[in-house]
Design a protein around this ligand. Structure first.
Ligand code: PLP
Length: 429
């Protein structure tokens, strides 16, 4: 579900024709739908309303402070992975007591910032990190906002079908500690005056399309929680991480309600707060990237559609071989796509590679993709680009990063300006 729809062959973001945005702001440009963002969050909230749940939106997926403000207004907390993200959240007016902080390589400076802010949980990835947190908490007690709390990230060793770069819940990853070792970590560090180790964190990865791994993760961690409690430790929360499916292709992933139907019954009457860290399931299809076709070119038997956006703007296809539905923003009625799908075949399409201008073979958005007839000057939309789109963009090839636009009903506003050449060199001495 999202609010990017064709009306009489023209693509609209909510009530705004995207060509109007391109005419005023230029291309490439990220366009977000406020209603889509908010509705996804609300759906998750409703799905888990039967149990005590805190939603911590994952900032790294799409972290413009205006979007974070929207999440704040809806009562959301935040999942952060760096000091920079904590800064963003605080700038947006986020409540630090609803912030969870994950990451295998937190620096001392970042930990101290989070101690001062008074975040909800440090999600601890190793014994060495916990030791360091205890040391820093003791040293900076006078500036800390109360006794810091920590959640131990455990590795339930669950098969989670996704790209190999995107799985984080297997034993052989750098994330978390094995479930067998968790008890020992509590025995060694569960009872210090400096840090309250009182929650369990699991994050399986991202890009999965099934409910079962989450059910399995709960089923594997509940016995651990039970054991720890019977040993006298307080375990107040289970953080189930993120990675819930997003609709890259129409209706191919479970809905928030379907995830909840698997998870909620297991946690009822367990006196355990549930924390969720959804990223892309909230923002992926709340955004598109709009670009302009520069040239159509033949190369051997292939047709290339060369566009004005590159892998620096959206790196997911190059990095993960990720699928994005791509379609012109204005099409004849017979080419209005009924659904977004890899195998969408409409009569009269041609097969093209959609590529960017960057000097790298990996600079592509789609290969051998059916597209309606297109020509120079056409606007082309990359759908479901809200997650890990702008947030992973760079200045490679000295390209100015694209602006971000937020649509609300029939109005739009620029929430991040297009970078300028001056921006590119402004920090260089
Ligand atoms: C990236 C990340 C998330 C969000 O993942 P999505 O797939 O965007 O939902 C949540 N928690 C942690 C710890 C992460 O690293």
């Amino acid at each position: 579900m999202d609010h990017f729809k064709y009306k009489k062959g023209r693509l609209f973001a909510e009530g705004v024709a995207v060509e109007a945005i391109a005419a005023e702001i230029g291309t490439p440009v990220y366009i977000y739908s406020k209603a889509t963002f908010v509705e996804h969050l609300q759906k998750i909230k409703r799905a888990y309303s039967a149990i005590d749940t805190t939603i911590c939106y994952s900032v790294k997926a799409c972290g413009n402070i205006n979007l974070l403000r929207l999440m704040v207004a809806e009562g959301s907390g935040f999942d952060i992975v760096s000091g920079g993200e904590l800064y963003r959240v605080l700038q947006a007016g986020g409540d630090p007591s609803k912030v969870v902080y994950a990451g295998v390589g937190k620096t001392d400076a970042e930990i101290i910032e989070a101690l001062k802010a008074g975040i909800a949980y440090f999600n601890i990835e190793s014994e060495a990190e916990l030791e360091n947190l205890i040391r820093l908490a003791a040293k900076h007690k006078s500036v800390s906002a109360g006794q810091p709390r920590a959640a131990l990230r455990v590795n339930p060793d669950i098969e989670y079908k996704t790209h190999e770069f995107l799985t984080t819940g297997k034993k052989e990853t750098k994330f978390g500690v094995d479930i067998e070792r968790a008890q020992k970590v509590f025995a060694d560090y569960g009872d210090t005056a400096e840090v309250k180790l009182c929650a369990i964190h699991v994050h399986l990865g991202t890009g999965g399309k099934k409910v079962d791994p989450y059910v399995e993760a709960v089923e594997k961690t509940l016995p651990l929680i039970h054991r720890l409690r019977s040993m006298g430790y307080t375990i107040e929360a289970l953080d189930l991480g993120g990675g819930y499916g997003a609709d890259y292709e129409s209706e191919t992933v479970p809905s928030a309600a379907e995830y909840a139907a698997g998870i909620v019954p297991l946690l009822k009457d367990k006196d355990l707060r549930l924390i969720l860290e959804p990223g892309k399931s909230i923002c992926a299809n709340a955004g598109i990237m709009l670009m302009r076709l520069l040239y159509v070119k033949q190369g051997g038997t292939k047709t290339f559609a060369i566009v004005d956006a590159g892998m620096n703007d959206l790196i997911r296809p190059a990095l993960y071989d990720a699928f994005h539905f791509i379609w012109p923003a204005e099409v004849a009625e017979e080419f209005v796509p009924g659904r977004r799908h890899k195998d969408l075949r409409l009569k009269g399409t041609q097969t093209v590679d959609v590529v960017g201008p960057i000097c790298e073979g990996a600079d592509f958005f789609a290969k051998d993709r059916p597209l309606p007839p297109v020509r120079r000057g056409d606007l082309i939309a990359v759908f479901t680009a809200g997650a890990y789109g702008f947030s992973m963009s760079s200045n490679y090839n000295a390209r100015c990063r694209a602006p971000e636009v937020l649509v609300d009903g029939d109005r739009f506003s620029v929430i991040r300006k297009r970078e300028t050449y001056e921006d590119l060199t402004s920090l260089e001495r």
